[in-house]
Design a protein. Structure first.
Length: 493
């Protein structure tokens, strides 16, 4: 590896971990360990106080730790207030309508009506304002009176829902292992379903155990290539196509559910419907872009007029590019297989959503069951993008963005993302059993580079001198006998 490649690798590593640390750090800083409530200080401005007792939302009086003195004291319900649902409001002042910062709300017990607005004056003090003085304001999703902390949330979690969230998750590995087996078999790479499942689990283990170093996809491609040394490029492409199918199914499912929730009967100013419409629109753009990209790839005329052929000729490693295009042509000739693997992916994501829903219900998140079908696909999709290790910070950002409009606090959104992440990590680590018993190891840099070498020559396949753009229209499939090399044997493979 050259010095430039090493520097790029280290810069990427530092950038990914910086995003993770900054994102998780912000979430932790805004996530209380214990339940907190909002009171006002000497300047009539809101401040957070820790609850001593577990009182829930039905509060008549409660003991708090006064942040000003550090001592315990009793407060009544009238001394507790809600966080604002917007940052600024327009207030009628003697000199006209002024824009003021909204710092707290005094809501009725049913959280439906604002009794008073607490605004910040130019003198940096709080001032209570009657509702009739505030113009163009509609109460959105109110924040709960108690900002739940992580410790009480975990302590009071419904264990039966948590066990359900954990125990249903292995279904995802069974389906994804078999899906990859089908994609390999279509390329004449004869890896059995059991062996594909084992390698899939080993890849999941290394994805968790060595984040930011050796990804699970690299390991899957490496061992698949060892099983069929004459088709190394095909083995790598099978992993890429497998991942692409998984992401596309996630986008289709999340976009379809978001569209359903957005266009069914809602109030005109429903923020949830607006957020769902945004998610559905983004999913539709991605799907349209995917269709357009495949149309260009498989249509010679479109490849020429879009400059795609010219771009391909500029790529290095032309032999591998040729073979990658051949692999895509094989999949094009099997539309039933591709659509079948896409269809069998939906139960995978449904299982993940149901697992997250069980975790959310265990922690008492104020989300409707249908809204999980919007939030979870977006959060999981964000975590799948290799921006930070395990999607740290990125998943939390999207979870807070999508759940805050339904009344979730930062700590509740954090609990949801950690549930999704920890359940997956737990079962990923189970893959360590196959690593220990089967002798699998993470490929070294030299072994990874060996996958970039030429595959063994096959009759009728294009050479490095042949134009890349001739591969798809001229390629014709032929039967091949797979070559199997030595690979660690697993007791269940």
């Amino acid at each position: 590896m050259s010095s430039i490649d090493k520097r790029k690798k280290w810069l990427t590593f530092i950038l990914r971990w910086t995003i993770a640390v900054v994102g998780i750090g912000w979430v932790i800083a805004n996530t209380p360990l214990y339940d907190k409530v909002t009171i006002v200080d000497a300047n009539n401005l809101p401040t957070k106080a820790t609850l001593v007792d577990d009182v829930g939302e039905e509060i008549t009086s409660a003991r708090i730790v006064d942040p000003a003195t550090g001592r315990q004291r009793v407060v009544t319900r009238n001394e507790l207030f809600n966080e604002p649902d917007t940052k600024f409001v327009e207030v009628r002042e003697p000199d006209g309508i002024q824009r003021r910062r909204l710092v707290a709300l005094d809501l009725t017990d049913d959280l439906k009506t604002v009794r008073r607005f607490l605004i910040e004056t130019p003198a940096k003090k709080g001032q209570w304002v009657a509702p009739e003085r505030v113009v163009n304001y509609t109460l959105g999703v109110p924040h709960p009176l108690v900002d739940q902390g992580i410790v009480p949330m975990v302590h009071h979690a419904d264990r039966s829902y948590l066990w359900c969230a954990v125990l249903i998750f292995p279904v995802t590995f069974l389906i994804t292992g078999f899906r990859w087996h089908l994609l390999l078999r279509a390329l004449d790479i004869q890896i059995g379903a059991a062996r594909a499942f084992v390698i899939n689990m080993v890849g999941a283990f290394y994805y968790t155990f060595m984040p930011g170093s050796t990804g699970g996809d690299v390991l899957k491609a490496y061992y698949a290539a060892k099983l069929a040394p004459g088709h190394r490029t095909r083995a790598v492409m099978s992993v890429i196509v497998d991942r692409a199918i998984g992401l596309l199914a996630l986008i289709v499912l999340g976009g379809a559910m978001a569209g359903y929730l957005a266009f069914r009967q809602h109030a005109p100013d429903d923020p949830v419907a607006h957020r769902c419409a945004q998610v559905a629109g983004g999913a539709l753009l991605i799907i349209a872009g995917t269709i357009a990209g495949l149309s260009v790839l498989y249509t010679p005329f479109l490849r020429r007029i879009t400059g795609f052929d010219f771009f391909l000729r500029l790529l290095p490693m032309q032999t591998q590019v040729n073979k990658a295009l051949q692999t895509m042509e094989i999949y094009r000739r099997r539309p039933g297989l591709v659509l079948g693997t896409l269809a069998m992916t939906f139960p995978v994501h449904i299982t993940v959503i149901f697992s997250a829903m069980c975790a959310g219900m265990a922690f008492g998140l104020p989300l409707t069951p249908g809204y999980y079908w919007v939030v979870v696909p977006v959060v999981v999709l964000a975590g799948s993008i290799p921006i930070s290790p395990q999607g740290a910070g990125v998943m939390e950002f999207f979870a807070i963005l999508l759940t805050s409009r339904q009344g979730c606090t930062v700590s509740q959104a954090f609990a949801l993302t950690m549930s999704i992440r920890l359940v997956q990590i737990f079962w990923n680590l189970v893959g360590g059993l196959f690593v220990l018993r089967g002798g699998y190891h993470a490929p070294t840099e030299k072994e990874q580079e060996s996958m970039e070498g030429d595959d063994s020559a096959d009759d009728g396949e294009p050479t490095q001198r042949q134009a890349v753009t001739d591969v798809i229209p001229r390629y014709s499939e032929e039967s091949r006998t797979p070559v199997v090399s030595e690979i660690p044997r697993s007791t269940s493979g």
